[in-house]
Each structure stands twice: as structure tokens, then as C-alpha cells.
Design a protein around this ligand. Structure first.
Ligand code: ADE
Ligand code: ZN
Length: 325
């Protein structure tokens, strides 16, 4: 078995983490007290998030998000998360940011991004970790809402917001509804990624590729149900942002042993390891690297390849990429 120190030594890269979903429960409690928000329904007496399925998870996520109200709150959230990530040996992280959640908390897009950017910069000063933001539209909020997000991003460019993505409930709304938003994002030079193949099957992935023209997929793991699609992902160098712990927590797979990450990789698909919403799913990026390594008998070289794949697929400039490699 791999020792803890050996895992720590591998430089790790996060491409798929929702910043609101990365909020430690104690930070949410602290801000809830400060702002007079009741979070007792989503954080239990032991200080753990409470949810039982994807729908109730999304609800808990919305409630936890609602305690972040000011740019300073978001700066604290980003700084806390990036410091934790750096402590696990990560050298780079991309966070999904959700302008809809900021708006619900009464914050403008610009203040939201500036707050988060300040936190990323603060964490970088003494950890050297690099970060970027991917603004996401929430699929179950509909086409108009997702297009509003992309327009905000394009109208308020920020050097650390380098991508656009689609999250939320994959079973709601066809990718065709978001084709225009993704075309606008790509035309503006943003990297693009979409959640697909988490709760939807292979057809959901095929539709995302066709209508959204993404080169990265959030999850994408259910491609394993279609041999031809697996071959297509490998041939077209589509990079999967795989989040094994999230998939187990949400019941997409029963146990890690039955998770397709290893098989997809063996079939030549480019996979990365990510944490999604770490405290909700009892995980961290370090735990993802460690558990997959142990379960599938990977080596340090396998882990290095995962990180290199992630760096190559990162939505950053080439000078940053070359420094990370
Ligand atoms: N938003 C936060 N976490 C998510 C997930 N795992 N899938 C889709 N949308 C999300
Ligand atoms: Zn996700």
C-alpha cells in the first residue's frame, strides 16, 4: 500500500470543484451566525452537512451558499479552500463559481468575482498555488438564466475567470437549449466544460459534445455504458473531470471498486481526479488521489500522469501551464 507521504508528494491539480460546495460547515455556521441565517436544517449537531439524494443535496448546497453575502465572505471562502488544497500538495485549482447563487445572496457578478479573486491571491502569497475560475450556468434554472451568466462574464472580463460551464441537474433541459450560450463563451475565448454522464447516460454525453462543443466533460463516466462513445472520447481527446468520491456519495456507483475511472483510462480516455463538493461528500482532492491509487493499484507515475493530463486541459495561459509542468 502507498504511504500517506508518497501520495502527498505528488503535485495535484483540481479541475472540478464548486466553490460554494467546498465551504467547510464550520465556516458556513460562522457566517450564518454573523448574518442571522438559519442553517440548522442542512448542518447537523456534529457539524456535518445533511442531505439524502441529489435533489436534497442541491437544496443543502443552495442553503449553505446563502450565507456568503459580501465580497469579504467570498474572499474568505476562496482563501480557505485554496489553502486547504495547497496543504494537500495541489499546485493549481479551478473552481466553478455560480453567479446565480451570488445574485440570490444579493451580490453583483463583479463584486462576487472580485471577492473570490482576492481570496485566491491571498492564498497564493504564501502557498504559491495558482487558481482560476469557471463561471457556471445552472441547467435547471433554464436557458435565459444560463445566457445571462455568459453575458455577465463576457461583459465583465476578469483575468482569473477563464472558463464557462454548465452544472445543475443534468436530467433537466436538453443541451440544444444551451448551444447559443456555449457558442458565445467559446467566441469570447473562454474554455468550456459541461456536466454530462453523471446522472444522464451516454446519450446525454453525445448531446453535450454535439451541441456544446466542449473538450472537457464534468464527470462523463457513464460513457462506459457505450463502447463506441468510449472510443470517441479517446479518439477526440475529450478530458473527463472524474469525481469518484462524489459519484459514490450520490449513489451513481455503489463502491469505488465498481467505478469506471480505471477502465476508462485503460481504454485510452483522458481522465483527471477531482473533488466536486468535498465536505458534502466527505472527500478532499488528496483523498481522491489516495483512494483511487489504492483501489486500482496505481503507482506514483499513474498519479503524475493524471496531474499532467489536468495541467494540459487547464483553462490557463501557456506560460502558467509551462511553469506547472
Ligand atoms: N452542482 C454542485 N455539484 C454538482 C454536481 N455534482 N452535479 C451537478 N451540479 C452540481
Ligand atoms: Zn460538479
Amino acid at each position: 500500500p502507498k504511504g500517506k507521504d508518497e501520495t502527498l508528494a505528488v503535485p495535484k491539480v483540481e479541475l472540478h470543484c464548486h466553490i460554494e460546495g467546498a465551504a467547510p460547515p464550520r465556516l458556513v455556521r460562522q457566517l450564518a451566525d454573523q448574518h442571522g441565517v438559519d442553517v440548522s436544517e442542512v448542518i447537523d449537531g456534529k457539524g456535518q452537512y445533511v442531505w439524502c439524494d441529489f435533489t436534497s443535496f442541491l437544496k443543502a448546497y443552495d442553503t449553505a451558499s446563502s450565507v456568503f453575502k459580501t465580497p469579504a465572505d467570498y474572499a474568505l471562502l476562496a482563501e480557505t479552500y485554496f489553502r486547504m488544497l495547497a496543504a494537500e500538495g495541489a499546485i493549481y485549482g479551478e473552481i466553478f463559481i455560480s453567479p446565480d447563487h451570488a445574485q440570490a445572496a444579493g451580490l453583483s457578478y463583479r463584486s462576487y468575482v472580485e471577492g473570490l479573486a482576492a481570496g485566491i491571491e491571498r492564498a497564493k502569497i504564501d502557498t504559491a498555488i495558482d487558481g482560476r475560475m469557471i463561471a457556471i450556468g445552472v441547467r435547471h434554472f433554464g436557458t435565459a438564466s444560463v445566457e445571462r451568466v455568459v453575458k455577465e462574464v463576457i461583459g465583465n472580463p476578469h483575468p482569473l475567470v477563464t472558463g464557462f460551464g454548465l452544472a445543475g441537474d443534468e436530467r433537466s433541459g436538453h443541451p440544444a437549449n444551451f448551444a447559443k450560450a456555449f457558442r458565445m463563451a467559446a467566441d469570447a475565448g473562454l474554455g468550456t466544460t459541461a456536466h454530462a454522464g453523471e446522472f444522464g447516460g451516454p446519450e446525454s454525453i453525445t448531446a453535450a459534445l454535439e451541441f456544446l462543443r466542449v473538450k472537457r466533460l464534468g464527470h462523463g463516466v457513464r460513457a462506459i455504458e457505450d463502447r463506441d462513445l468510449v472510443k470517441r472520447l479517446a479518439d477526440e481527446d475529450i478530458v473527463l473531470e472524474v469525481c469518484p468520491g462524489s459519484n459514490i456519495a450520490l449513489g451513481v456507483y455503489s463502491v469505488l471498486r465498481f467505478h469506471p475511472v480505471n477502465m476508462l483510462r485503460k481504454e485510452g480516455v483522458k481522465v483527471t481526479l477531482n473533488s466536486d463538493d468535498p465536505p458534502f461528500f466527505g472527500t478532499t482532492l488528496g483523498k481522491e488521489y489516495a483512494s483511487v491509487t489504492e483501489t486500482f493499484g496505481w503507482t506514483r507515475d499513474d498519479q503524475m500522469e493524471i496531474s499532467r493530463t489536468a495541467i494540459m486541459a487547464a483553462f490557463c495561459d501557456d506560460s502558467t501551464r509551462n511553469r506547472l509542468l
